[in-house]
Design a protein around this ligand. Structure first.
Ligand SMILES: C[S@@+](CC[C@H](N)C(=O)[O-])C[C@H]1O[C@@H](n2cnc3c(N)ncnc32)[C@H](O)[C@@H]1O
Length: 205
């Protein structure tokens, strides 16, 4: 799997659209008094840099060396690790918060489950998991806003495209929450409901 193909273009295309969402995520983390945060599938590291600048202790993890190369150039102080986020190697309950942003829709259902299981394992009890991903728009405006996103997703690698279609086809964020039994405390909608940020409480034993 290589998501690095468009790494050099990622920020140019998405930074401006993601900035407001990333700021909201930082506010949520502050409100929940998170200190140690892991960004699972951090990509080019923009969210990590924002959090680092706000004095959070943040670790970014991604599989793509090209994405991480860009992330490390942005800030050499942040720990950016090249690992599979289904098996991070961190001890149980090491973090207060895990962020999973635009990662689940591109993975298979099995991998999605493994990523969420790993997030639950490395986040402390009553810590939070913040997931940003696509939602099903319920209005015409939302359906129109969704069109450019569908075009962008269509440019992705074959496995990514296939998983995106499966994710959307089965009900996107609503299904993700239900299927993984997530205990959702907050839902924040962006761009006419096409993108959602959810905050799930980590209610492990
Ligand atoms: C669409 S990018 C999103 C990047 C960033 N989170 C954001 O919101 O801009 C998805 C990232 O997840 C990473 N990724 C997907 N599955 C992964 C896995 N199993 N282990 C590590 N990284 C993964 C990809 O390499 C890619 O950089």
């Amino acid at each position: 799997m290589s998501e690095g193909r468009f790494a050099g273009l990622y920020d140019a295309f998405f930074d401006v659209f993601l900035r407001g969402i990333q700021r909201r995520v930082a506010k949520i983390a502050a409100r929940h008094k998170c200190r140690r945060i892991v960004d699972l599938g951090c990509g080019t590291g923009s969210q990590c840099v924002l959090l680092h600048n706000k004095k959070f202790n943040v670790t970014g993890i991604d599989l793509s060396s090209k994405m991480l190369e860009i992330a490390r150039k942005k800030n050499a102080e942040i720990s950016f690790l090249q690992r599979d986020i289904t098996s991070t190697g961190f001890p149980d309950s090491h973090f207060d918060c895990a962020i999973i942003s635009f990662v689940l829709h591109m993975n298979s259902k099995e991998t999605e489950r493994k990523i969420l299981d790993e997030a639950k394992r490395i986040v402390s009890r009553n810590g939070i998991i913040i997931i940003t991903d696509y939602s099903k728009p319920s209005t015409w405006k939302g359906k129109i806003v969704e069109i450019p996103l569908k075009i962008i997703e269509n440019l992705a690698l074959e496995y990514h495209k296939k998983n995106y279609r499966r994710y959307m086809g089965r009900g996107a964020m609503d299904f993700l929450i239900e299927d993984n039994n997530l205990s959702v405390a907050e839902r924040h909608r962006f761009y006419s409901g096409v993108i959602e940020v959810i905050v799930a409480k980590n209610e492990k034993e």
